[in-house]
Design a protein around this ligand. Sequence first.
Ligand code: FAD
Length: 433
Amino acid sequence: MPDKVDVAVIGAGMAGAIAARNLTQKGLSVALLEARDRVGGRTYVGKVFGEDLELGGTYVHWTQPHVWSEIQRHNLIVKPPITQGDVYWLANGTVHSGTHEEYYQASNPVLTRFFADATARFPKPYDVTAVDNKDAEQETIEDRVNSLQLSPYDRDVLKGTLAGIVHSYGAHGVTQLLHGVATYFGDYRSFYETAGRWSIQGGTKALIEAILNESTAELRLSTPVSSVKDDGSQVIITTRAGQTLSAHSVILTLPVNTLGDVQITPPLPPAVRTMIDQKNPVMAGKLWVLAKGEIPHFSAYAPAGKHPLNVIRTERYHKGDTFIVCMVSDAAAISPNDLGAIQTALRKFVPDIKVVNAAWHNWCADEFSKGGWMIHRPGHMTVTLPHIWRPHGRIYFAGSDIAALNLGSIEGAMQSGAAAARDVTASFFKSKF
Ligand SMILES: Cc1cc2nc3c(=O)[nH]c(=O)nc-3n(C[C@H](O)[C@H](O)[C@H](O)COP(=O)(O)OP(=O)(O)OC[C@H]3O[C@@H](n4cnc5c(N)ncnc54)[C@H](O)[C@@H]3O)c2cc1C
C-alpha cells in the first residue's frame, strides 16, 4: 500500500518550503519530497575558501512582501551593501571608467528609453493580462535594443547593464524585464536595487531553515520524483527509487528546466508543454573570486558575448584579501578552475589584480536545476503562465520560474508557493465538506 498524505509538495526550494509550511499550518498532512540531499534549491550557502558563501540566489529587499514578512517573522537581519567605488564599463571595444554617478549619466538615457513603456505594458503588474501585450510578447531583448537605433557605444552600455541577468539577448523575451521594472513603479533603478544589493545575515540558509522549522511536513531528502499521476480521485507520486505515495493533491515546484524529467499524467496543456520543451535559456553562473590584497571597491560591466565576466563587484574583505562576485552570462565561457583566464578577464578592468582562488556552483550542469534564474523566452510570460497557474486537475504548479510577480527571484518563489498552498487548501476543504 502506498503512503498517503493530504498534499505532496515536490521540491524544497523557497517555493516548496513556503507551500509546505503554510499547508501544515492549516492542519494538512504534507510530504515534502526533495531530490537533493539538502533544502534550498537554487539558494545555497556553501563552504568556499573556508567561508560560508551564497552560491545561488542571495539578494532580497524590504519591498518584497513575502520575503520581508518572513524576515520580520523570524527576526532576521539584512546586511547593507558595501559603498560603491569606481565603475568600469566595456563599450565599443574600450574600457571606460568613472564614478558611480558618471556611469549613471552614461547609462540612464539608454535604460530610460529601453524601459519607457514598462508601466503602460503592465499597469497592474499583479495581472499580466491586464493589457494586450501580444506585440511585446514576440519581442526579444535584442529586438528592443535594435529598435532604439543606438550608437555602438550606447548599445554596449545598455547591454552591459542588462548583462547581470541575461544569458543571450536574442533568446529572452523583453516582457519579463518590462514587467520587473513596472513592478517597481516603472523605475529601473529601483528594480536593480531590489534585485542585487541587500543580503541576509546568516544567508538564505537561515531563512529557509526558519521557514521549515515552523512546518510539520515530513521532509524526504534525496528523493527525486519521476512521475505524478492524477487518476481523478487522488494523485500517485512515484519516486525514481520506485516508491509511491498517494495524495489528495500535489504541488510541483521544480525549475522549468527539470519539469520535463517528470512524467505528468494527464498530459499538460500544449502551451505549457511547449514552454517546458523550449526551456529557460539562462545558462549563466555566479563566480566567486578571491583576489590578493584589499582592493579598492569597484564594479564593472561588459555585454554578454563580449567578455567572459559580465557584471563584477567587490563584495567584502577577508583576512587581507578581497572577495569579488562575478555574474557570468554564459557559464560555458569560463571555468572556476582556470584562474589564469579569470585573472586575464579581471585585468581588463583592474590591470594589476592577482587572483588567488575561484569557485562556483555549476547550476547548468546540476541535474536538479539545469540552468540559472528564469528569464522567459518570447511568447510565454503573458501567454503561457496563466495556463500553468490554473490547477491541472489535482496537480498544482509553483516556483519562481512561473511566479505572477517578481519572476525569477526568491520573492517570486515564495509568492507562488503561498498562492499554490492557498488554492490547494481551499480545494482540500471543499472536497471534505
Ligand atoms: C546563481 C544564481 C543567483 C541568483 N541570484 C538571486 C538573487 O540575488 N536574488 C533573488 O531573489 N533570486 C536570485 N536567483 C534566483 C532564485 O535563487 C531562484 O529563482 C529561487 O531560489 C528559486 O526557488 P524555487 O523554489 O522556485 O526553485 P528551486 O530553488 O529550484 O527549488 C526547486 C527544488 O526542486 C528540486 N527538484 C528538482 N527536480 C526534482 C525532482 N525530480 N524531484 C524532487 N525534487 C526535485 C530541486 O532540487 C530544488 O530543491 C538566483 C539564482 C541563481 C541560480
